[in-house]
Design a binder for this molecule. Structure first.
Ligand code: NAI
Ligand code: MG
Length: 350
C-alpha cells in the first residue's frame, strides 16, 4: 500500500540533509518494493518572511492526511527561535499527540568521538513530548520596572507521565531490562515527586524491568563518564531534550542523532527529524552531516511497518561511516553529497 509522506525540508541545512535522505529512501523503496509518495511543503522561516507565519493557516489539516511527516529543521537568525518553534514544530507535536520523542544513541564505527569512550554505547532516550516544562502557562509582568518578573508553570498529568513511562518500560522490557528515570525531586518538590510516583507505579507492571531513579544532574555526569551502562532513559520534556543532545555529542556529533516524534497508537501521523537544528553557521557549504536525517528516515520505515528496509538503510549508512566517508564533524573529509553517494553505493551492494 502507498505511504503518503509529508516532507518539510525547512531552513538552513534542512535543505541539504533532507534531499540526501530522500535519495536514500527512494533507492531503498525501489529495492524493497515500497510505495512511498513524497509531498513537499515549503514551510519555515522563508515562508514566514513572505506570509508572517511558519506554515499555511490550514497546515495541520494538510499534514493530517499523511502517514508520516519527514522534517529537516526550522530556525533562522532572522526569526526569533520561539516564533519558529512554536509556529511549526510544537503545534505539530501537540495536535498529532506525538507524546513520545524517541532518540537512540549508539556508537558508530568510523566516528571520531571527542571522548575516549571505553565501551560501545547503545541506549534509547524516551522524552515526554507533549507537556512538562514546555507549557503555555505563565507570563511576564511589570516590564521594565524593578518588580519585573516572569513565571512558567510545569504541568505533568497522570495520563501524560503514565503513557511515557509505559512506552519506555515496554522498550526496556524488549532490550536489557534497565530503565533509568531522570528526576530532580530534591529541588523541584511538587512536579518531580509526582513524576517519580507515576513512573514507579507504572514500571511495577513490568517484572523484568529494573527501574533506577536518578537525579538529572548526576545522570548527566554519568552519561558523559559511563554512557555504556544505560539501556533506556525516560525523562520529562526539558530533561529529555538536554540529555539527548548530550547523548548524541558523547557518540561524536549532534549531526548523527535521529529522532522520532511518535503517536504510538497511529491515530495521527508521527514526525521524524534529526535532533540538530538548521545550523546556519555551516548552511549552504556542503558540510552538513546527513546521518541524523537518514537515520530518522530508517526510524520512519520501521514505524511504517518495514523493519527489513529500515535495517538495510541503517546498515548502509553505518557501512559508509565505517569505510571512512564521514563528514568533517565526525573527523572525515567528505561533503554531504560525497557521503550520500557512499551510502547509495552501500545500499546497492549490501
Ligand atoms: P544546531 O543544531 O543547528 O547547531 C549546533 C552546532 O552543531 C553548530 O555548530 C552546527 O554547525 C553543528 N551541526 C548541527 N547539525 C549538524 C550536521 N548535520 N552536520 C554537521 N554539523 C552540525 O543548533 P543551534 O545552532 O542552537 O540552532 C540553530 C537554529 O536551529 C536555531 O534557529 C534553532 O532554533 C534551530 N533549531 C531547530 C531545531 C528543530 O528544527 N528541531 C532543533 C534545534 C535547533
Ligand atoms: Mg534540542
Amino acid at each position: 500500500s502507498t505511504h503518503k509522506i509529508a516532507v518539510i525540508p525547512g531552513d538552513g541545512i534542512g535543505n541539504e540533509v533532507v534531499p540526501a535522505a530522500i535519495d536514500c529512501l527512494e533507492r531503498i523503496a525501489e529495492l524493497h518494493s515500497l510505495d512511498l509518495e513524497f509531498t513537499y511543503f515549503g514551510w519555515g522561516c522563508e515562508y514566514y518572511a513572505r506570509h508572517g507565519r511558519m506554515m499555511a493557516e490550514d497546515g495541520l489539516e494538510q499534514l493530517a492526511v499523511h502517514d508520516a511527516i519527514f522534517l529537516g529543521a526550522v530556525g533562522s537568525p532572522e526569526v526569533p527561535d520561539a516564533e519558529s518553534l512554536w509556529g511549526l514544530l510544537i503545534p505539530i507535536r501537540r495536535e498529532f499527540q506525538q507524546y513520545i520523542n524517541l532518540r537512540p544513541v549508539k556508537t558508530l564505527d568510523g566516528v571520531a568521538s571527542p571522548l575516549a569512550v571505553k565501551n560501545p554505547i547503545d541506549l534509547l532516550i524516551v522524552r515526554e513530548n507533549n507537556e512538562g516544562e514546555y507549557s503555555e502557562i505563565g507570563g511576564r509582568m511589570y516590564r521594565g520596572l524593578p518588580e519585573e518578573s516572569a513565571m512558567q508553570t510545569t504541568v505533568f498529568t497522570r495520563l501524560g507521565v503514565l503513557r511515557a513511562a509505559h512506552y519506555a518500560a515496554r522498550l526496556a522490557d524488549s532490550r536489557r531490562g534497565q530503565l533509568t528515570s531522570a528526576t530532580k525531586s530534591n529541588g523541584i518538590v511538587h512536579t518531580m515527586p509526582f513524576w517519580d510516583e507515576v513512573v514507579a507505579e507504572t514500571v511495577r507492571e513490568y517484572p523484568e524491568v529494573t527501574l533506577t531513579s536518578e537525579l538529572v544532574d548526576a545522570l548527566a555526569a554519568h552519561l558523559v563518564l559511563k554512557p555504556w551502562t544505560f539501556d533506556v532513559i525516560v525523562a520529562s520534556n526539558l530533561f529529555g531534550d538536554i540529555l539527548s543532545d548530550l547523548g548524541s555529542s558523547v557518540t561524536g556529533s549532534i549531526g548523527l542523532a535521529p529522532s522520532a516524534n511518535l503517536n504510538p497508537e497511529g491515530d495521527f501521523p508521527s514526525l521524524f527529524e534529526p535532533v540538530h537544528g538548521s545550523a546556519p553557521d555551516i548552511a549552504g557549504k556542503g558540510l552538513a552531516n546527513p546521518v541524523g536525517q537518514i537515520w530518522s528516515g530508517a526510524m520512519m520505515l520501521e514505524h511504517l511497518g518495514h523493519p527489513e528496509a529500515a535495517a538495510h538503510l541503517q546498515a548502509a549508512f553505518e557501512s559508509a561511516l565505517r569505510d571512512g566517508f564521514g563528514t568533517r564533524d565526525v573527523g572525515g573529509t567528505s561533503s554531504t553529497s560525497e557521503f550520500t553517494a557512499a551510502v547509495l553505493t552501500a545500499i546497492n551492494t549490501l
